[in-house]
Design a protein around this ligand. Structure first.
Ligand SMILES: *Cc1c(COP(=O)(O)O)cnc(C)c1O
Length: 409
């Protein structure tokens, strides 16, 4: 038997079934017209933001990293909650525009921005987090051509990383940002060109559950920003995007992040900021922490079979919507996400089963050797922690399956 990840708080049982936003899984599936279905809970989104506002210093703006879940209804709901948005492509720029989000609240990071993407961002007044000298110079040239003033920040590749981070994006050679010693010369060039100088972006990693590690990294980010601002020598820093990295528990043994401790440590650092940063706009950018636990993926049991003594529960879902839960999105050892039989949510576990998807590949697994209530054909399976990097981060076209349905309740 292999353990399942912890089911996030805030999900109830109604009539023996999993309920989301007070409605049973089978009602939600009927409303959506079938499975596979992602259900996102407004209450979870609201509650998570309320916790962040309560725990973190008020001075710290909270941005949403759109790549975690760019579905329009979710994006529009987040627009009423967060202070800004971080995008990573021209496609995401079009999505935030469609959601009616003020482009001056948007910053655009990501290596390999093409000229048409830079043009659209500059025309809209989006801040570009420049990932290289070449990119910054192309942005300046586009500004000249269109007589527009580009709003430019520089992304720094820090020489430290977020300890315990699930996906390392800082420390050593990286395709992201400029190595620290190259930042000041480029910042000076940007400022001298007459572009609007928007400061620094320092992202150090993702999916960290250790509050001490996050606090230590945030301290290092502030120290690095202070040092670079002094090197640039053009007065206080206008803006600092301090990165994010707040993680959620996906697997057995994962402990939820102590957000209060992160907030306390940050408040302490903010109480003694150097002159370079004392008036700086400070923000963090969060993806999975804002939306991950708000999403549940529902699929229907299509078949049950036994092979060499192991029972397989075969569903109409799979890795084409849930690449991360299948263990094929940046994980080394496959572990089980929180998975349940949604239509028998109150039932006691009764058998060890492998829950798989409908794709013709052994990679398509949703839960290995899981101890679950007995499930039969037409029962519903729920995969939790499905709000981030689910629908938009999975190969929906694989095997001609197509996208899942999505619902915001
Ligand atoms: C992906 C990404 C994020 C969001 O990461 P989460 O782990 O979902 O919080 C934030 N900032 C940058 C630069 C990213 O690439």
């Amino acid at each position: 038997m292999k353990p399942l990840g912890p089911i996030p708080a805030g999900y109830d049982t109604v009539d023996g079934e999993l309920a989301i936003g007070g409605r049973t899984a089978s009602e939600l599936v009927a409303e959506a017209g079938g499975t596979p279905l992602f259900v996102y809970s407004r209450k979870h989104l609201d509650d998570r933001m309320a916790e962040l506002r309560e725990s973190l210093p008020h001075r710290l703006a909270i941005h949403y990293a759109v790549k975690a879940n760019p579905w329009q209804p979710v994006l529009q709901h987040m627009a009423g909650l967060v202070d800004g948005f971080d995008i990573a492509s021209g496609g995401e720029l079009a999505m935030v525009a469609e959601a009616g989000i003020d482009p001056t609240l948007v910053s655009f990071a990501g290596p390999g921005k093409r000229d048409p993407e830079l043009e659209a961002a500059i025309a809209a007044g989006v801040t570009l987090n420049c990932e290289s000298e070449n990119e910054a110079r192309r942005a300046l040239a586009i500004g000249n051509r269109f007589s527009a003033t580009p709003r430019l920040a520089v992304r720094v590749n820090p020489d430290f990383e977020l300890r315990g981070s699930g996906m390392k994006m800082g420390g050593g050679a990286k395709p992201f940002g400029l190595d620290a010693e190259r930042v000041a010369p480029l910042a000076k060039e940007i400022i001298a060109s007459g572009a609007e100088w928007r400061g620094l972006h320092i992202f150090t990693g993702s999916q960290a559950l250790d509050a001490e590690a996050i606090a230590e990294t945030q301290g290092n980010v502030l120290d690095l920003a202070d040092r670079l601002t002094r090197e640039i020598g053009a007065g206080p820093l206008p803006k600092l995007n301090m990165g994010g990295g707040l993680g959620i528990p996906y697997f057995a043994g994962d402990q939820a992040l102590n957000l209060r401790l992160v907030g306390e440590r940050l408040a302490e650092r903010f109480s003694r900021l150097p002159d370079t940063l004392s008036d700086t706009q400070l923000c963090i950018e969060l993806g999975r922490y804002l939306v991950g636990e708000a999403g549940v993926y529902l699929c229907t049991v299509i078949d049950r079979k036994v092979s060499h003594g192991e029972t397989y529960i075969i569903t109409d879902g799979g890795l084409h919507h849930q690449l991360a839960a299948s263990g094929n999105f940046g994980t080394v050892v496959r572990r089980n996400y929180p998975v349940a039989i949604a239509s028998r949510f109150a039932a006691e576990p009764a058998e060890e089963v492998n829950v798989v998807g409908c794709l013709c590949t052994p990679l398509d697994r949703l839960a290995d050797k899981a101890f679950l209530p007995r499930a039969d054909v037409n029962d519903l399976v729920a995969v939790f922690c499905a709000g981030a990097y689910g629908a938009s981060a999975s190969p929906a076209m694989f095997l001609g399956q197509g996208p899942a349905r999505e619902l915001l309740v």
